[in-house]
Design a protein around this ligand. Structure first.
Ligand code: NAD
Length: 468
C-alpha cells in the first residue's frame, strides 16, 4: 500500500489531492470563528478522554512506557496545555491597541493575530501524542488548517491517531498522514504557510531547506546535548536523584534529558556512588524487571546505543537484552576526549560522567559545543548561577533540577542555534501559528499638509518635530 494513504475510505485519493482541498479553502479565505476554534480544542480533549487507555497501551507497546509516566507526559500534559489555550483564546484573539503618534493622527493602531493558513506538523516518536496534539491544538486555535505527519518510529501510537484523530476535529481542516521520510519529503515538496517540526537537528536542516523554497516560517523543536553541571557545593544525594530521574525516564529518550554530567574531579566517584543509590532506589536491583523502566524504541536505536556504550568504562549498569531492546540504566566514566558519546546526542539510558578541575573549564567545555536545548546547574552559589545563565546560550536553564521547565505554563519551550528555533507551550503555542498583523486605521479628515511635497524648510522642521 502507498505509505501516504491511510484511511481506507480515502485510499484512492492522492495526498496532494487531499491537500489541495485544504489549500483551496485556506486560499479562498475560510473564516474560522471563535466557536469553530473552541470546538476543535474540545475535539482534541475528547480524543484524549475517549482513547486514554489505548494511548497508554500504544505507549507501552512502542516504548515500554509505564502508565504513570505515560499519563504525566502525554495525556495530562496534552490536557493541561489544551485547556490553557481554551481558557485564554478569546483574550488572545482580541486586538491589542498600541499608541498612535501625532504624525498618524487622527487614527488608531492595533496588533491583531492572523492565522498563517495551512500548517504542516511533523512529529517524532518519543512523546508521539504530546508532540502532535499540542501543536495541533495551537494551529487550530490560531485558526489554521493543519496537516499532520506522524512518526513511523512509534507505529502503535501513530496508528491510533491515524485511525481516530480526524473524527474528532473538522475533517475539512485537518489531515493526518502516516509514513516515513519519503512521506515527509513529499509533503515538504508542497506549499505550506507554517511548518512545525519536532525531531533531530539533522532532519531539521532538511525541513528548513524545503521551507525556504516557499519562504515558509518554521518552528524547529530539535535535540542536542544537555549538560548537567554539578558544582563543588552541590549536595550529592538530591542532585543524583534528580539527574537519574531525568536521564532514565522513558529510557533516556527525552530531548530535555540531562545528556552528560560535569562534576569536580575530586567528587566524581562520590557522585557515581550517589547515582548508583538513586538507580537502585528507583528501579531495584534488576531494572529489567522494573515496571517503571522503559525500552529502546527500535533495533536501529538499540544498536546505536550499544556502540556508544563502548566509548568509556561502565561504572554502573551496562547490561542489555536484545530480545526486548533493554538497556540498563548505565553510567559511563573515564571517557577519552573525542568519545562519540560526548559528541552526539545520546537519546538513551546512558549517562557519561566527566570530571573537571575548575568551573571555568566546565563552562568552556559547554561553550565549545553547539547550543544545548537545556542547561542544568546544581549549585547554591548565586554568582555561579547568574554567570551560567548569562554566559551559556541554551534554550532553557534549570537551576538545581532537570526537565521541570516543561511544566511551567508561562515559559516558552524551545531551543536556540543547533537545538532549534521558535518555541511552544502555553501562549507560545498559539503564537507559533499566528502572524502578528499590524493595523493602522486613519480617519479621512485631518490631513496634515506637511507630509506632502513640495517641501520647504518649515515643513522639514515640522516633520522632524512630529516624528521625533
Ligand atoms: P523521527 O525519526 O521520528 O523523525 C522526525 C520526523 O522527521 C518524522 O516525522 C520522520 O518521518 C521525519 N523524517 C525523518 N527523516 C526525514 C528526512 N530525511 N526527510 C524528511 N523528513 C524526515 O525522529 P528523530 O529525528 O529520530 O527524533 C529524535 C530527535 O528529536 C532527538 O534529537 C530529540 O532530541 C528530538 N526531539 C526534540 C524535541 C523538542 O521538543 N525539542 C522533542 C522530542 C524529540
Amino acid at each position: 500500500m502507498n505509505p501516504m494513504t491511510i484511511k481506507t475510505e480515502t485510499a484512492a485519493i492522492t495526498p496532494e489531492a487531499r491537500l489541495e482541498k485544504l489549500r483551496k479553502a485556506v486560499d479562498e479565505g475560510a473564516h474560522r470563528t471563535l466557536s469553530w476554534r473552541l470546538a476543535q480544542l474540545d475535539g482534541v480533549l475528547r480524543f484524549v478522554s475517549d482513547h486514554e487507555d489505548a494511548m497508554l497501551a500504544a505507549l507501552k507497546a512502542d516504548l515500554g512506557r509505564c502508565a504513570t509516566e505515560a499519563r504525566v507526559a502525554d495525556t495530562l500534559m496534552v490536557r493541561s496545555e489544551v485547556r490553557l489555550i481554551r481558557r485564554n483564546l478569546r483574550r488572545w484573539l482580541q486586538p491589542r491597541r498600541v499608541h498612535t503618534p501625532i504624525a498618524a493622527q487622527p487614527g488608531k493602531s492595533w496588533v491583531q493575530q492572523e492565522p498563517f493558513g495551512l500548517a504542516l506538523i511533523l512529529g517524532t516518536w518519543n512523546y508521539p501524542f504530546q508532540q502532535i496534539l499540542i501543536p495541533l491544538a495551537g494551529a487550530l486555535a490560531a485558526g489554521n488548517a493543519a496537516v499532520v505527519k506522524l512518526s513511523e518510529v512509534a507505529p502503535h501510537s501513530a496508528s491510533l491517531m491515524a485511525r481516530y484523530l480526524e473524527h474528532y476535529v473538522d475533517p475539512t481542516s485537518v489531515i493526518v498522514f502516516t509514513g516515513g521520510p519519503e512521506t515527509a519529503s513529499r509533503l515538504l515538496g508542497c506549499r505550506f504557510d507554517k511548518i512545525f517540526y519536532t525531531g533531530s537537528s539533522r532532519v531539521g536542516r532538511i525541513v528548513m531547506k524545503a521551507a525556504a523554497e516557499n519562504l515558509t516560517p518554521v518552528t524547529l523543536e530539535l535535540g542536542g546535548k544537555n549538560p548537567a553541571i554539578v558544582a563543588s557545593d552541590a549536595p550529592l544525594e538530591v542532585t543524583a536523584r534528580r539527574i537519574v530521574w531525568g536521564r532514565f525516564m522513558n529510557a533516556g529518550q527525552i530531548c530535555v534529558a540531562p545528556d552528560y554530567v560535569l562534576v569536580p574531579e575530586h567528587m566524581r566517584l562520590a557522585l557515581i556512588d550517589s547515582l548508583r543509590r538513586a538507580i537502585l532506589r528507583f528501579y531495584g536491583p534488576d531494572p529489567h524487571r522494573s515496571e517503571s523502566y522503559g525500552r529502546i524504541v527500535n533495533e536501529q536505536h538499540f544498536s546505536r546505543l550499544l556502540a556508544l556504550m563502548r566509548d568509556g568504562r561502565v561504572a554502573i549498569g551496562g547490561n542489555t537484552d536484545a530480545t526486548d531492546r533493554y538497556i540498563a540504566p548505565t553510567v559511563l566514566t573515564d571517557l577519552p576526549a573525542g568519545a562519540a558519546v560526548l559528541q552526539e546526542e545520546i537519546f538513551g539510558p546512558i549517562l557519561p560522567v566527566v570530571g573537571y578541575q575548575t568551573i571555568e573549564e566546565a563552562l568552556a567545555f559547554i561553550r565549545a559545543r553547539p547550543k544545548p536545548l537545556a542547561l542544568y546547574l546544581f549549585t547554591k552559589n548565586r554568582s555561579l548561577q547568574r554567570r551560567s545563565i548569562r554566559d551559556i546560550s541554551s534554550g532553557s536553564v534549570v537551576i538545581n533540577d532537570v526537565i521541570v521547565n516543561q511544566i511551567v505554563p508561562g515559559l516558552p519551550f524551545g531551543g536556540v542555534g543547533n537545538s532549534g528555533m521558535g518555541a511552544f507551550h502555553g501562549r507560545y503555542t498559539f503564537d507559533a501559528f499566528s502572524h502578528s498583523k499590524a493595523v493602522v486605521h486613519r480617519e479621512l479628515w485631518g490631513d496634515l499638509d506637511v507630509r506632502y511635497p513640495p517641501f520647504s524648510n518649515r515643513k522639514d522642521r515640522l516633520l522632524q518635530w512630529l516624528l521625533s
